[in-house]
Design a protein around this ligand. Structure first.
Ligand SMILES: Cc1cc2nc3c(=O)[nH]c(=O)nc-3n(C[C@H](O)[C@H](O)[C@H](O)COP(=O)(O)O)c2cc1C
Length: 208
């Protein structure tokens, strides 16, 4: 059975444009194939641990290959639990609003927890950095209040899409697709219509 993990990043729920499109995408997939398992992680109801000094010590023990202290082991187990839940899928859907030209802090916190040596990436002097999430694909829905596409003059303000794309590439995703919902503050109906068309097309491909 193919597993899909949906990571929901907007707190606006029924008023969120990205969640609306994500739900259309997932409903289409479920309608096409009942043999697909869909799980949702709502980042706004997840109790993410602080990435504090002790957790960093645990991370550096992993990098140095030294024996962690009992407390570091305890902290690291919080990371591995959240990572294991994240890693248990074949295809991923993210709904990502733009916040101050970048991503909501809850998503950044989640990324900081799961982007770990020995879990989602590795490094060796011979091979350099390697992503460990190979065999997985992602669809990312990006919502923005304004528009940042070619010709707007604001292309360089968009740190949302390049960052998420770089992160997924770094941890080894094989294929990353995007669905843009642009100008939700100015032309919400138009924005949703074109995003919805793309979402349904991609959902049909993923449920083949
Ligand atoms: C804290 C915050 C910061 C935002 N910053 C930006 C921004 O920098 N650029 C932009 O185009 N829209 C910005 N917006 C608008 C959102 O990107 C827009 O409302 C989008 O539709 C949010 O996605 P959602 O509807 O799925 O929640 C911001 C919204 C919030 C709440």
């Amino acid at each position: 059975m193919k597993k899909i993990l949906y990571v929901e990043c907007s707190p606006r729920k029924e008023r969120s444009h990205s969640i609306k499109i994500a739900n259309e995408y997932l409903s289409k997939i479920a309608e096409n194939d009942s043999n697909i398992e869909i799980k949702t992680i709502d980042l706004w109801s997840l109790d993410l641990p602080e990435f504090n000094g002790e957790m960093m010590n645990a991370k550096y023990s992993v990098i140095a290959g030294t024996e962690p202290t009992d407390n570091e082991k305890k902290e690291w187990s919080k990371v591995t639990k959240i990572f294991d839940e994240f890693a248990d899928a074949d295809h991923y859907l993210f709904s990502v609003p733009m916040w101050n030209f970048s991503i909501p802090y809850k998503l950044k916190h989640y990324i900081d927890i799961i982007t770990q040596p020995g879990l989602s990436w590795s490094y060796s002097p011979d091979d350099g950095y390697k992503g460990l999430m190979g065999g997985r694909t992602a669809t990312v829905i990006y919502s923005t209040g304004d528009g940042y596409g070619e010709g707007t003059g604001f292309e360089s303000y968009d740190l949302q899409k390049p960052y998420v794309n770089l992160w997924l590439t770094f941890i080894g995703f094989d294929k990353i697709e995007k669905i843009n919902i642009e100008r939700t503050l100015f032309a919400p109906d138009e924005a949703e219509k074109s995003a919805s068309d793309v979402a349904l097309k991609l959902a049909n491909i993923h449920s083949l």
